[in-house]
Design a protein around this ligand. Structure first.
Ligand code: GTP
Ligand code: SPV
Ligand code: MN
Length: 596
């Protein structure tokens, strides 16, 4: 089958367990992609969009129960519970494997089993990692084809090694003879398992076909398994965008940003700066693998080769770059369909079409149907190379000058703060909170939850060890060489529940301040939580914003912060007696600064 006996043995093992009707080794060719798209269209799993308006693009509609990551059904399966830690669902392998083996038995009957060799990171690059995903979902194959480097050239590398991550995926819907396959087969919630076995570099995902549950190169491998590998090998796998910025004088800086799901990474990675003379280019929009090189600096590379982006809120005004990116060769999931066979989503156009087919496949009429026509977590899958501002060095690690941590916080958190130093920055990462978005199914949307480092659902091991690993990274270098760490909040609201900051392209004004701070410009004020901009030194030319709003955006309110600190103390109890020393110390300093 392949020239790797270990891989062959695994394929045979899965074949006899899952009993598919046939096996396809994915060769990554464009002709294979086009043929599989045709199959999906002919079998009514996908809809081909208007070739003139949206060339080579299709729309999938998922089952209404299968629309986002399922955190409650996501497991870190380690021998010892302490290795998964307090933030992960834990079942030991000896318990989980029998449960899942039962489900997996004959689960691919009536289906084709695809074997996808893939590389996270450029094929053959020293920082890249190899994987093989076995799946019975053509949707997954098409998406993995865009999101990762796949095909026979990758298989050549895999043929020469035993070091690849085994990723097994099934939609969990075997077909009896003659049974008609639904457009989006999946298993009921209580049968879904998104399981990680970090001790074996292995993933078993059963019952969901959607996004991070099923495209196993993404969250499962490039974050959960990779964060584990990174801890053992001395690097970081983070939920971060990577952005290249060139100032009007031509000076280039790279920054990363870690914001929770649906909190603005893709949009910042594609920013269209409102400040004249500034140029932004995209390196990555969701995941960064970071290493300290011999020069003591932290370098980041994007392990993915595509965007799996939120459609909602994407418009010519908010994100023209994303609209250009999805112009062709794109897979849409759960967008609405227009009368001329194109896609539509909330905010795409000011004028809402009179008639649409909603993401359930039903007629939708403006003003008559009282739910939205697209799903809040509808997504586009497009190759990185579609992005008109893709940085030429997107396949190389780039030196990072600043890390932004951020989230959706309607109150308390200023528009931007700079940490006093790297260790204080680690504290800032640990206390991040954000309103839950539609990117996860499990919790109440809108409720603020702590999401440390935007990694709460993605740390593949014990969070206490994770924080200490950040400190180990710090110890490998020095405060002056490492990136400066910032805390951003584009989402602070006024008393009328309206965003106070315009966001999107206007965020370039804040990025300019960030870059200036990395060069130690004295354009800041000191507060108990870090440095905030001196409003008089912010570049606000051409922006219509009142002094009062600005003061409110940067306010560090004593009472709110006393409450926040109490809530952090409470939250830190999850660590039990493993609270990392750095957090204890930094919390103490913060309390002192508030005279608590
Ligand atoms: P994941 O792919 O789930 O990790 O999300 P993400 O972090 O890449 O978030 P994305 O950029 O897709 O943005 C999510 C939502 O936030 C979209 O509806 C955006 O329109 C909105 N958004 C992004 N940036 C801003 C901003 O600066 N201000 C405001 N008000 N909304 C924003
Ligand atoms: C996220 O939820 O952070 C995403 C979407 O990027 S998914 O790939 O489904 O996890
Ligand atoms: Mn994400």
């Amino acid at each position: 089958m392949t020239q790797n006996s270990l891989l062959n043995a695994w394929i045979e093992e899965i074949q006899s367990l899952c009993t598919p009707d046939n096996i396809v080794i994915w060769d990554g060719k464009k002709t294979s992609y086009d043929a599989l798209v045709n199959d999906c269209v002919e079998s009514k799993k996908a809809i081909r969009l208007n070739e003139r308006l949206r060339p080579n693009s299709i729309l999938f509609r998922s089952h209404p129960s299968d629309v986002a990551r399922v955190e409650k059904r996501t497991f870190i399966s380690t021998t010892l519970e302490k290795d998964a830690g307090p933030t992960n669902n834990w079942i030991p392998p000896k318990k989980l494997k029998p449960i899942m083996t039962k489900l997996l038995k004959n689960c691919m009957t009536g289906r084709t089993m695809y074997v996808i060799p893939f590389s996270m990171g450029p094929t053959g690059h020293q920082f890249s990692k190899l994987g093989v995903e076995i799946t019975d979902s053509p949707y997954v194959v098409l998406n993995m084809h865009i999101m990762t480097r796949t095909g026979l050239d990758v298989l050549e590398y895999i043929n020469k090694t035993e070091d690849f991550v085994k990723c097994l995926h099934s939609v969990g819907y075997p077909l009896k003879k003659g049974q008609v396959d639904p457009a989006w087969p999946c298993a009921p919630m209580e049968e879904k398992y998104i399981s990680h076995f970090p001790e074996e570099n292995m993933i078993w995902s059963y019952g969901s076909g959607y996004g991070g549950n099923a495209l196993l190169g993404k969250k499962c491998f490039a974050l959960r398994i990779a964060s584990n590998q990174a801890k053992n090998e001395g690097w970081l796998a983070e939920h971060m965008l990577i952005l290249k910025l060139t100032d009007p004088k031509g000076e280039v800086k790279y920054i990363t940003g870690a914001f929770p799901s649906a909190c603005g990474k893709t949009n910042l990675a594609m920013i269209n700066p409102s400040l004249p003379g500034w140029i932004a280019e995209t390196c990555g929009d969701d995941i960064a693998w970071l290493r300290i090189k011999n020069d003591g600096r932290l370098y980041a590379i994007n392990p993915e080769s595509g965007f799996f982006g939120v459609t909602s809120g994407t418009s010519q005004k908010s994100n023209p770059v994303a609209l250009a990116t999805v112009k062709s060769d794109t897979i849409f999931t759960n967008a609405a369909l227009t009368d001329d066979q194109d896609v539509w989503w909330e905010d795409l156009t000011d004028e809402v079409p009179d008639h649409l087919i909603d993401w359930h496949g039903n007629d939708w009429y403006k003003g008559k149907t009282d739910f939205r026509p697209d799903h809040a977590n509808a997504r586009f899958t497009s190759p990185l190379t579609n992005c008109p501002i893709l940085a030429k060095e997107y396949e190389e690690p780039v030196p990072i000058s600043a890390i932004l941590f951020g989230g959706r916080r309607p109150t308390t958190i200023p528009l931007i703060t700079q940490s006093f130093n790297f260790l204080h920055g680690i504290f800032i990462g640990s206390i991040m909170g954000s309103q839950v978005t539609a990117a996860t199914l499990d919790e109440k949307i809108g409720k603020v939850r702590r999401d440390p480092f935007a990694m709460l659902p993605f740390i593949g091991y014990n969070i206490g060890d994770y924080v200490n690993h950040w400190v180990d990274m710090y110890k490998k270098s020095s405060n002056d060489l490492l990136p400066k760490i910032f805390f951003v909040n584009w989402f602070r609201k006024d008393e009328n529940n309206k965003y106070m900051w315009p966001g999107f392209g206007e965020n370039s004004r804040i990025l300019k301040w960030v870059i200036e701070r990395t060069k130690n410009y004295a354009n800041h004020k000191i507060t108990p939580i870090g440095y905030v901009p001196d409003i008089n030194r912010l570049d606000l030319k051409g922006l219509d914003i009142s002094r009062d709003t600005l003061n409110a955006l940067f306010e560090v309110n004593h009472e709110e912060w006393v409450d926040e600190i109490k809530s952090i103390e409470e939250y830190y109890k999850i660590y039990e007696d493993h609270l990392p020393a750095v957090l204890k110390t930094q919390l103490g300093y913060t309390e002192d600064r508030f005279h608590m």
